[in-house]
Design a protein. Structure first.
Length: 257
């Protein structure tokens, strides 16, 4: 009897947890729909507050960040628009409309930099990885693993040479796809979870040669520009620009992507 009561208590707890999660999801979905309605009605400031309320509640998606970026773009807050477009792009690197809006917003900032050419293998690797997001690669890896197990089972139970050969080489192919998918999935997730870049929000920033106000002034950058974070020391960050320039800026001058 005690075991039955304990089991019932566990089941009841799980049911209540599921109901609470479903209610929270429905509530967040309602908030998103309200924000979309505000945006459609050109109430962009209201839409921004509503989108940010959803994000502060712990929900995120490429679409949500993209819509918030659009709302900021409509209010001419270009740094914030670029920030949320970039966040959307990290979640869904395959969406061409996101990249188009990133390029459009970047055309509105002061600094126009010519990016350094990347090593071709790195370019190919990133292009291949970004054909899917990390979740999609993980799902492909799981499917490939299941097919690998099926191929192994067919190889074991088969009595004909042709079937064994086909299952063996199929297993090799599925093993390769699984390994590559998991590598791409982990790489994509690490790229997303690392705050290795940021968007400058201070109108004008003087980049220093070292993490000190008394150090040499190297060059000046402006709001909206994307910086890559190399290192951080006591309120300062060593940043690298797309053109290869490196220097130090204060942490409060940018927001991480």
């Amino acid at each position: 009897m005690k075991r039955i009561m304990k089991t019932l208590a566990i089941i009841t707890g799980l049911l209540f947890a599921a109901m609470a999660m479903q209610a929270q999801t429905a509530s967040l979905q309602g908030m998103v729909e309200q924000a979309n309605q505000s945006y459609s009605s050109a109430n962009y400031e209201t839409a921004i507050l509503e989108y940010e309320s959803v994000i502060n509640a712990g929900y995120e998606s490429a679409g949500l960040y993209f819509n918030l970026g659009n709302a900021y773009f409509k209010t001419n807050n270009i740094p914030a628009a670029i920030l949320y477009y970039e966040k959307a792009g990290k979640l869904d690197p395959t969406d061409e409309s996101i990249q188009f809006n990133i390029d459009l917003a970047n055309s509105r900032i002061i600094d126009k930099l010519e990016p350094l050419p990347q090593f071709f293998l790195k370019t190919w690797w990133k292009a291949a990885r970004d054909t899917r997001n990390s979740d999609q690669w993980a799902r492909l890896g799981i499917i490939s693993f299941i097919l690998l197990l099926i191929s192994a089972a067919v190889f074991i139970i088969s009595t004909t040479i042709l079937t064994r050969k086909l299952s063996f080489w199929s297993g090799i192919v599925f093993l390769g796809i699984m390994a590559l998918s998991l590598i791409f999935s982990v790489s994509g997730y690490n790229e997303y979870s690392r705050h290795s870049s940021g968007i400058v929000f201070t109108p004008t920033v003087t980049v220093k040669s070292s993490p000190s106000e008394n150090s040499v002034d190297l060059f000046v950058i402006h709001e909206g520009i994307k910086v890559f974070i190399n290192d951080q020391v006591e309120g300062w960050s060593e940043v690298r620009l797309a053109n290869g320039n490196v220097g130090w800026i204060k942490n409060e001058t940018y927001r991480p992507i």
